[in-house]
Design a protein around this ligand. Structure first.
Ligand SMILES: N[C@@H](CCC[C@H](N)C(=O)O)C(=O)O
Length: 324
């Protein structure tokens, strides 16, 4: 039987799919179709996911595994911060290690176990890298600039200023008022920039952030390949970096607290000269296991499978209540 583990980081929810359980591994084309079919189906245990996190063996030094991110629309993403925490927990428990590396598309990232946030709310810290600003590294064009640092882009909005950062998946960030957060501006901009448009031809994750207090943010993200999500790890990390670059001159070493619709994370942002180091720290929650015959899974006969929940979500929700 095939097992898929349902997980979340700040309610950014995925099926973690360990391909090492197969003698003959499925192709990414099959996994992309699986993500789309799960999302389109009417099974509430399966259709509320943001994507599939594929775990494979890695032959890179110190890496316990490799993570590949498949968005809910079947497209591939170069990185996923919330997903990486859940993959880190999975590999940590599988191999009995607390500090190691995980191979991702563009980098082997340092990951580690952190202190639990509360009883049965385990937390992990993951490095987010590389950091890119230049339009040659992640496509944006016709905006009249090679990099976008807290600047007005009248092509996109007549009032907001923006920063663009790739980690290495692409993010557009705007610091907005609470009033703007309550409008449909994020939905309209996110939908536009992830459809056919002349500026971000490969789409972009769009993040609107509200500054709640010094080093404390609320971030909402319209994700490429997904739409609105409860939280986007690289979105919150890129937004924390944009905040620190806007507020601190020279070198800095700050812990930014970021609230999101699904919970709260900490982002450690460090700048030393030209070197930028980013770490995302928050929960890695296991919601349940979906067990199904491989043929039924890839034929999308999901009714043939069974879903067994854990009781971790109740503990996570208790922790959320304790934040208020
Ligand atoms: N939710 C993720 C980012 C997922 C990838 C994104 N949809 C993209 O296509 O870039 C995160 O937690 O970082």
């Amino acid at each position: 039987m095939t097992k898929l583990l349902k997980v979340h980081g700040s309610e950014n929810t995925f099926f973690l799919f360990d391909l090492t359980q197969f003698e003959q591994q499925p192709t990414f084309a099959e996994i992309s179709k699986l993500a789309v079919a799960m999302k389109a189906g009417d099974n509430p245990d399966l259709n509320n996911i943001d994507g599939i996190l594929v775990v494979q063996d890695s032959d890179h030094q110190d890496c316990l595994g490799k993570m590949t991110v498949v968005n809910a629309d079947g497209s591939l993403a170069s990185m996923c911060g919330n997903g990486l925490r859940t993959v880190t927990r999975y590999l940590a428990e599988k191999f009995g290690k607390t500090k190691f590396k995980v191979e991702t598309q563009d980098a082997d990232l340092d990951v580690e176990k952190e202190a639990d946030l509360a009883d049965q709310v385990p937390a992990y810290g993951v490095q987010i890298s590389p950091v890119r600003f230049d339009h040659n590294d992640f496509p944006f064009e016709k905006l009249g600039t090679d990099e976008i640092h807290d600047q007005m882009l009248p092509q996109l909005d007549d009032r907001l200023s923006f920063t663009a950062i790739a980690l290495p998946n692409p993010h557009l960030i705007s610091f907005v008022s609470d009033a703007v957060l309550k409008t449909d501006k994020l939905k309209r901009l996110g939908t536009y920039l992830n459809g056919e448009n002349p500026y971000f031809t490969d789409g972009v994750n769009v993040n609107f952030a509200n500054i709640l207090a010094p080093d404390t943010l609320f971030v909402r993200t319209f994700e490429r390949g997904v739409g609105f999500t409860n939280a986007c790890g690289t979105g919150m990390t890129s937004t924390s970096l944009a905040y620190a670059l806007n507020h601190y001159e020279g070198d800095f070493d700050r812990i930014i607290t970021v609230y999101n619709p699904g919970g709260m994370v900490k982002v450690h942002v460090q700048k030393t000269g030209n070197d930028l180091q980013l770490q995302l720290i928050a929960n890695a929650t296991e919601l349940g296991t979906f067990t199904i015959d491989a043929k039924d899974l890839f034929d999308h006969h999901f009714a043939a499978g069974t879903y067994q929940p854990t009781d971790e979500e109740a503990h996570y929700q208790e922790w959320i209540k304790s934040l208020n």
